[in-house]
Design a protein around this ligand. Structure first.
Ligand code: HEM
Length: 277
């Protein structure tokens, strides 16, 4: 493990923030949007110009307005009280810590988290994140620009397995002279962990096991079209390319391999633009 570049007091705050994040993410069912926030902050990195990356710049109005970031203000606002309780922690660290905790509390792998990221007020131009309507070459162009590999592309796409469900109990009382009927309607709304038409133009969830971080994204992908489940063109692209498909097939049949590679790729993603030692 790299030598921490922060002091002992900062590390203590990170531990406390981690506990706060576990409670927040479990109570608000907001793991997917937290993970997406972490990814969209880090995924702007350009390895050639060394700009963008996990630097908290997604909170700048200018960047938050990028169409890819539609809806992510919810996550930023949810994290603000945690930042207030731990002001020493940078936004850049807080957003990445939230991403790591989101994966852990939903049953995913443990991802090593090294603190010490600096905040930036400089936002990159719009267009650095992937366009879900495109294919293989686009995925490579975008992720190679970050300095990531084919294996990272496939492993990280497995994050789409995560779906959070909000349960709304709605009581309807029907009364008559002789009977009182109580109907309890339980509506399941996939509020998070799914595509939202008002945000991205896509709608639906990737898996039917909504609150669990597992390898089902790959299992469903290999099954082909299934009613009610979402497949973006970029998801399907993972089947079109032999190099990508190799990993899809591996992760669908071997969840341990997926967890191992996901943890390594997520750590890389969370450290784009940041040198831990
Ligand atoms: C959601 C595209 C990679 C995590 C979404 C949505 C789109 C999308 C269109 C739906 C947004 C909405 O309508 O709310 C893509 C594309 C990718 C990609 C084109 C290219 C490979 C990733 C990666 C991660 C990730 C690398 C994390 C490591 C998520 C999560 C959600 C999501 C957790 C659900 C968010 C929520 O429901 O609030 N993605 N994504 N995605 N993405 Fe991706």
């Amino acid at each position: 493990m790299a030598t921490p570049i922060v002091d002992a007091e900062y590390l203590k705050e990170i531990d406390k923030a981690r506990r706060d994040l576990r409670a927040l993410i479990s109570s608000k069912n907001c793991a997917p949007i937290m993970l997406r926030l972490a990814w969209h902050d880090a995924g702007t990195y350009d390895v050639n110009t060394k700009t963008g990356g996990a630097n908290g710049s997604i909170r700048n109005d200018e960047e938050l307005k990028h169409s890819a970031n539609s809806g992510l203000k919810i996550a930023i606002d949810l994290l603000e009280p945690v930042k207030k309780r731990h002001p020493k922690i940078t936004y850049a660290d807080l957003y990445q810590l939230a991403g790591v905790v989101a994966v852990e509390v939903t049953g995913g792998p443990t991802i090593e988290f090294v603190p010490g990221r600096k905040d930036s007020k400089v936002s990159p131009n719009e267009g650095r994140l992937p366009d879900a309507k495109k294919g293989v070459q686009h995925l490579r162009d975008i992720f190679y620009r970050m300095g990531l590999s084919d294996k990272d592309i496939v492993a990280l796409s497995g994050a789409h397995t995560l779906v959070t469900i909000l349960i709304i109990h709605n009581h309807l009382h029907l009364c008559s002279m002789h009977n009182v009927f109580e109907f309890e309607f339980v509506f399941f709304f996939a509020m998070q962990g799914r595509a939202h038409p008002e945000r991205s133009g896509f709608e639906g969830a990737w898996t039917s096991e909504p609150l669990k971080f597992d390898n089902n994204y790959f299992v469903e992908l290999l099954k082909g079209e299934a009613e009610g489940l979402l497949k973006l063109p970029t998801d399907k692209a993972l089947l079109d390319d032999p190099e990508f498909r190799k990993y899809v097939e591996l992760y669908a049949k071997d969840e341990d391999a997926f967890f191992r590679d996901y943890a390594a790729s997520h750590k890389k993603l969370s450290e784009l633009g940041f040198t831990p030692s």
